[in-house]
Write a protein that binds this ligand. Structure first.
Ligand SMILES: Cc1cc2nc3c(=O)[nH]c(=O)nc-3n(C[C@H](O)[C@H](O)[C@H](O)COP(=O)(O)OP(=O)(O)OC[C@H]3O[C@@H](n4cnc5c(N)ncnc54)[C@H](O)[C@@H]3O)c2cc1C
Length: 399
């Protein structure tokens, strides 16, 4: 019997795992992707949607044709139950597996403070729907200018997106000659500017400080918030920062179906070994944001660790290699602990930015460098086009 591999999720990690497995094993495995998301969304470009620099169409493609071309079955449904005893997943029917890859990513945790979430006073950009909603709020701000507050809440992990929105917003109001009517404040749970949830990099704090100073942005660092209201953000000490528009990056948690499976920690992430096998089961893998990662530090306000695109793809490749080994009757020997995966990222700032490179995602590191300048913006523009082309055509073997 041909072994069956089920992949849950069709984003950075799930699509990469499914395509890499099929590339390696061809007809030696039946691969099926189950996902409620029939569109791949290039999340790094969500920062541009509110300003009209991108539409949903520009940064998405349908996953079904890509999967079909590579002989991978696609089930357009959410997994609703994972039963590891019977090795089945419930979605729009019941699917059995020999190997399971959990790549179900994140959802927003809007419960952390009142005022977050759809219909509330705070907007966000952490999903396509949220970013489209924020575009409406941005148009209102431009038509009726007033203070803008950008928040990275306690427990957040996606700090890069907060900085990118912040600097892009500043660039846009400057371009619209509205800057003096839109005072901008940045509120972050990070213990210092440029921590990014990865412990910071050499000179990062000073560099981010200079960027903020140049843009005339006020920063409130190392701070929790207690609520977002219609007219402002309430900090933990009761101070109210007035706001016409608040964009807040909330914490992320794993999917409910993963939490209910008994495989996850309290936040819904699956503890994994360096092979990306789950702690308890040799044939169940978790990759991308779905995999649990712990930070080697304690901060006054809780912070998550950003599981960005490059490590998500790396985890998916490691899992695919190991499943292929198991199917060939060998032990899974490929290992790449999250902390040791290189950090490769671009922080866009409108017409400028910072390239972030480090030999490891988490300290202790040997090398880490931040390269500021307009080439960072150009790099992000080029990377967006390249990455969408690469994924849509299934070229996951390319860097
Ligand atoms: C605003 C923003 C900006 C970002 N910018 C950058 C950047 O500049 N650089 C960078 O490297 N990274 C960036 N990231 C991070 C990047 O988006 C993540 O690393 C990446 O999305 C992780 O991929 P994933 O496949 O693990 O999870 P996700 O992208 O969360 O995908 C999860 C998948 O699982 C599916 N799913 C959900 N529930 C179920 C279910 N019940 N059953 C089956 N499938 C399910 C979803 O439909 C989706 O296909 C950014 C993220 C955001 C939000």
């Amino acid at each position: 019997m041909t072994p069956k591999v089920l992949v849950l999720g069709s984003s950075f990690a799930g699509l990469t795992a499914a395509l890499a497995l099929k590339r390696d094993l061809e007809g030696a495995a039946d691969v099926t992707v189950i996902s409620p998301g029939d569109q791949f969304v290039f999340n790094p470009s969500l920062i541009w949607l509110p300003f009209g620099k991108r539409t949903a169409r520009d940064i998405t493609f349908p996953v079904a044709p890509t999967l079909e071309r590579h002989d991978i079955a696609f089930v357009h449904a959410a997994a609703t139950r994972i039963d590891t005893a019977s090795q089945t997943v419930e979605a729009d029917g019941s699917y059995d597996y020999d190997y399971l890859v959990i790549a179900t990513g994140y959802r927003n945790d809007f419960t952390v403070v009142p005022g977050l979430g759809p219909g509330g006073p705070a907007h966000t950009i952490t999903s396509l729907r949220d970013a489209i909603d924020t575009a409406g709020a941005w148009t209102q701000l431009v038509n009726d200018p007033g203070p803008l507050v950008v928040v990275a809440t306690q427990g957040a992990s996606c700090f890069g997106a907060a900085y990118e929105f912040l600097f892009n917003a500043s660039y846009q109001v400057r371009k619209a000659r509205l800057r003096r009517h839109v005072p901008i404040t940045f509120v972050t749970a990070e213990p210092f500017l440029g921590h990014f949830g990865i412990g910071g990099l050499p000179h990062g704090e000073a560099m981010l400080g200079l960027f903020l100073k140049k843009e005339g942005i006020r920063a409130i660092v190392n701070t929790s918030i207690s609520a977002v209201k219609d007219d402002g953000v309430v900090l933990a000490d009761g101070t109210v920062v007035p706001s016409h528009l608040t964009m807040a990056i909330p914490p992320f948690v794993g999917q409910e179906v993963v939490r209910e499976s008994g495989l996850s920690d309290a936040r819904g992430y699956v503890p994994v070994r360096p092979t990306y096998q789950s702690q308890d089961l040799d044939n169940v893998y978790a990759v991308g944001i779905a995999a649990a990662v712990s930070a080697p530090w304690h901060t006054p306000n809780p912070l998550g660790v950003p599981k960005t695109g490059f490590p998500s793809e790396t985890m998916a490749h490691v899992a695919a290699t190991n499943i292929a080994s198991q199917i060939r009757g060998r032990a899974p020997s490929e290992e790449k602990p999250f902390a040791d995966i290189p950090a490769v990222c671009v922080m866009d700032a409108g017409n400028n930015g910072v390239i972030i490179l480090a030999d490891k995602m988490l300290p202790p590191r040997q090398h880490g460098v931040l390269i500021p300048g307009p080439q960072a913006h150009l790099m992000k523009l080029g990377f967006e086009k390249y990455f969408l082309w690469k994924m849509e055509n299934g070229h996951v073997g390319l860097p």
